[in-house]
Write a protein that binds this ligand. Sequence first.
Ligand code: C5P
Length: 219
Amino acid sequence: VEHRPLYGRHVLVTAGPTHEPIDPVRYLANRSSGKQGYAIAAAAAAAGARVTLVSGPVHLRTPLGVDRIDVGSAQEMADAVREAMPADVAIMVAAVADWRPRDYIGEKIKKRGSAPPALILTENPDILASVAASANRPELLIGFAAETGNVVENARKKRKSKGVDWIVANDVSGDVMGGEDNEVHLVREGMVEKWDEMTKQDVAMKLVLQVADRLKVNA
Ligand code: C5P
């Protein structure tokens, strides 16, 4: 038990970007590589958890012992997350697109020599907020917050407004997205920890240890 502190627990992780289709060949996306979420899924599996990884489109290998569900859009991710529940812990690391094209065009949009088409966007479901509000809310719900300024301040607000237990906040104004290292703040109720810059694997291991400690306290 000591070296497999999450044995018997179900941990749900979301990772990667989402792709929001415009037409059969085009989409909107972001720079998320999925590395941090995959590292967390791997660390949770190594700690003995049953891990479901709901993954947007990434170029990464499935970590050992992880049950991976591939999705494309935010709406697909929301459905997969709902189906993967219940979980003891949910760690939502995915960089879900805030918006999607309102109208999916079933045929490749043609250049017509006239004005370029306008892209009208509509809001995506907030997966994290709906998990937080659901009847089977996980015992421990963790969100990530990628910010380019006022990191801790925004993370504090986000923790409250989304109804989550912890927020892992990182400043993505540098080369965090796609990079190997991460520098984060862990924002909990009434407490903020600044972690030194370390690899995404080390962030994952440190986070998983804290998760295990927290579940032990609640047990
Ligand atoms: O509000 P913001 O997008 O910065 O919140 C980030 C957190 O919310 C991350 O944990 C992300 O996975 C989650 N999120 C989500 N669904 C969305 C937007 C964000 O689950 N549509």
